[in-house]
Design a protein around this ligand. Structure first.
Ligand SMILES: Cc1cc2nc3c(=O)[nH]c(=O)nc-3n(C[C@H](O)[C@H](O)[C@H](O)COP(=O)(O)O)c2cc1C
Length: 209
């Protein structure tokens, strides 16, 4: 093992599902990579589609690192990333013995939220989330839907009761965002904080606007 190798870095799993808000996923991934984190990335079929629908043809999984570098600079190469198939329930992160210290599902569809709330573990995103809950590790869920049905609200409560941090995709405006990137920075900063990372993605609240 060499210093800085994936084996020595802190590992975080990121699940990307087919809810709107792909920019939150790419900003979170880039910010973790900039901190030298090793990412175990899983993207659902609709997560793939939303990456392209919302961020353009360059945002394919196959070209994700060049996309992140073009958007966020060479700092993203400080970290490393493994891409897993969502169908591979035999992947390392499907087991509690894997050393992933936390996971974020960003953005999280109502379908995946329901699956996590009921422990279904039908694909790798659902299984890795289940592992985080059973191992009492940090699971950050970033749901996006509006308005919400009673079942969706109950599923959020179930996940919170099981120990997940519910972090809805609700960017704030007191930091006077000017661009979509400012809004994405705010959400990525909230996610990094919830995972236990320090960051400077948005200015701290000073008591006045
Ligand atoms: C363009 C587009 C936008 C969508 N936005 C949302 C959304 O914001 N929230 C949501 O829960 N589902 C949304 N969906 C529906 C999900 O993609 C769909 O339920 C899918 O089955 C989720 O599967 P997954 O969780 O495995 O990615 C959207 C679908 C499309 C095609």
């Amino acid at each position: 093992m060499v210093p800085g190798s994936p084996e020595r870095r802190q590992s975080i799993a990121i699940g990307v599902t087919g809810a709107s808000g792909a920019i939150y996923a790419t900003r979170t991934i880039a910010a973790l990579l900039e901190q030298g984190v090793h990412i175990e990335l899983i993207v659902s079929d609709y997560g793939r589609r939303l990456l392209r629908d919302e961020l353009g043809d360059d945002a394919t999984l196959e070209r994700l690192m060049p996309f992140l570098e073009a958007r966020h600079g060479r700092g993203v190469h400080a970290g490393s990333m493994n891409l897993h198939s969502n169908r591979d329930l035999g992947a390392t992160i499907a087991s509690g013995s894997h050393g992933c210290s936390g996971m974020a599902i960003v953005p999280c569809s109502m379908k995946t939220l329901a699956a996590v709330a009921h422990g279904l573990s039908r694909n790798l995103i659902e299984r890795a989330a289940d592992v985080m809950l059973k191992e009492r590790r940090r699971l950050v869920i970033v749901p996006r839907e509006t308005p919400m049905s009673l079942m969706q609200l109950r599923n959020m409560v179930s996940c919170a009761e099981a120990g997940a941090i519910m972090l809805p995709a609700m960017p704030a405006f007191y930091q006077q965002p000017r661009t979509l990137d400012d809004l994405a920075d705010f959400m990525a900063g909230k996610i990094l904080s919830a995972l236990g990372f320090e960051h400077q993605l948005y200015p701290p609240w000073t008591g006045k606007v």
